[in-house]
Design a protein around this ligand. Structure first.
Ligand SMILES: Cc1cc2nc3c(=O)[nH]c(=O)nc-3n(C[C@H](O)[C@H](O)[C@H](O)COP(=O)(O)OP(=O)(O)OC[C@H]3O[C@@H](n4cnc5c(N)ncnc54)[C@H](O)[C@@H]3O)c2cc1C
Length: 419
């Protein structure tokens, strides 16, 4: 392939226009930098998909402080404090108020659960951030949400002022603000990144080449599959499934909270994941959204594996598992047809985002599981690091160190699965 001459020189090129890349671009542009942000728009369909996918092609993500580790709750809190301003300036609303309730067994269950379901840790994090949460005994939980039927012996931890965040709309708002501040948005894929003559050169598939003083790589779960970095990151990447179950409308289940739920019966694990209050999708219909049991079941390492996963449309078995959870939880609610959608998710070994140098001109950002609620602050930190060349935040940079893997490293091998 012939390489076209650079179109423009910018201060910062951001590769990836998902939540993290869009937020990075907007903070950099609003700081006065010349910015190009390069990333494809969402594909219209997944049935014949080729290439990488994203974690944000959906209508609902939880935005709350009932999180681990504490630094994630803090990043989400810092992001949330700026949302009114972003929504006001762009005219794009991406928030719907909800109660966030984490539901979990009251007694230690013997089921290995992550700290996502440790009520003391979650309540402690909320207290550290000055956010009020209620601890509801099983009786109080049942009384608070009489239209729901919880597993006996399960308690709830509730944040009343949480949100369902629409990640597509968040990205639209961040990009609108970035462009309003002068950033150029290029709807294309970056295919090469190289250091040349004290600059970074970024070549795209169809739109030409840019040079930049610095680059931020914000390509989400695709990061190891793009070949844009010189070595692989330690990020486990998976094909996740979202199950959508149609309901009659927003009030099909009046005052339904959005739940992180761990469901255990007689010591047996039945479900762990998110059950979201009704959300409207682009087809105009309302759906309960559930994702959980199979979240980390499908390791993905290459571009081809990602595309093949996307074309499956998600794990079919999740439909029956979801219906079983919803029938127990919502007796008396008429549940319509269910379908799955594919999603990709990744995780870092220390459960904190990576915001770090890949080389002297390239910053990499990755937040696999909480990168909608925390994106705006991660983007601000990444932009600051890339533009100033130094870490200036009061949170120690060590929190966000990237962990690198030897050549040939793969998710499948790391979790002991033959690829
Ligand atoms: C089922 C599920 C539930 C989740 N629940 C929550 C939740 O409740 N709350 C929450 O905060 N988060 C949640 N997340 C996580 C959240 O969606 C992700 O953390 C977030 O999408 C990460 O943003 P990102 O910008 O890093 O990556 P992505 O959203 O994956 O975006 C990366 C972008 O980079 C682009 N890209 C890739 N390669 C290239 C290239 N070569 N050139 C240019 N562009 C490229 C992609 O096209 C994509 O648009 C959930 C994720 C899943 C899958």
């Amino acid at each position: 392939m012939t390489s076209s001459p650079p179109r423009t020189h910018v201060d910062l090129a951001v590769i990836g226009a998902g939540p993290l890349g869009a937020a990075t671009a907007r903070h950099a542009a609003e700081a006065g930098a010349r910015v190009v942000v390069i990333g494809p728009d969402e594909p219209a369909d997944f049935a014949d998909h080729e290439g990488v996918w994203a974690g944000h092609y959906d209508q609902g993500r939880l935005c709350h402080v009932l999180e681990v580790p504490l630094v994630t709750s803090l990043l989400a809190t810092r992001s949330t404090r700026r949302f009114d301003d972003l929504i006001g300036r762009t005219g794009i609303n991406f928030l719907t108020p909800t109660h966030s309730v984490t539901v979990m067994p009251e007694a230690a269950s013997g089921v290995a659960a992550s700290t996502w379901f440790d009520a003391d840790v979650l309540a402690g994090n909320a207290a550290d951030l000055g956010v009020a949460v209620d601890r509801l005994t099983p009786d109080e939980l049942a009384a608070a949400y009489p239209q729901l039927s919880f597993e006996p012996g399960h308690l709830g931890l509730r944040q009343r002022d949480a949100f369902i965040l629409n990640p597509r709309a968040l990205v639209a708002a961040e990009l609108r603000a970035a462009v309003a501040a002068g950033a150029e948005l290029v709807r294309d894929e970056a295919v090469a990144r190289e250091l040349v003559d004290g600059q970074v050169r970024v070549r795209t598939a169809r739109s030409g080449t840019w040079t930049a003083d610095k680059v931020v790589v914000a390509t989400g779960c695709a990061t190891n599959a793009t070949g844009l970095l010189d070595r692989p990151l330690q990020t486990l990447t998976f094909g996740a499934t979202v199950t959508l179950v149609e309901v009659s409308g927003p009030d099909a289940v009046p005052d339904m909270p959005t739940m992180m739920m761990l469901k255990v019966r007689d010591g047996d694990y039945l479900f762990g994941g998110i059950v979201m209050a009704p959300v409207q999708y682009p087809d105009g219909r309302w759906y309960l959204k559930v994702s959980g049991n199979s979240l980390l079941a499908n390791p993905l390492d290459t571009r081809e594996e990602i595309a093949a996963w996307v074309r499956t449309g998600g794990r079919a078995e999740d439909v029956e598992e979801t219906m079983a959870v919803l029938r127990d939880l919502l007796p008396g609610v008429e549940l319509g047809p269910a379908r799955t959608r594919p999603c990709t998710v990744c995780a870092t070994p220390h459960d904190r985002p990576y915001i770090d140098w890949a080389d002297e001109r390239t910053v990499v950002v990755v937040e696999g599981e909480r990168g909608a609620m925390a994106a705006d602050e991660i983007g601000r930190l990444a932009s600051g690091l890339a533009l100033t060349g130094a870490w200036t935040d009061t949170l120690p940079a060590e929190n966000f160190r990237a962990l690198w893997a030897p050549e040939g490293w793969s998710t499948a091998a790391a979790i002991g699965r033959a690829s």
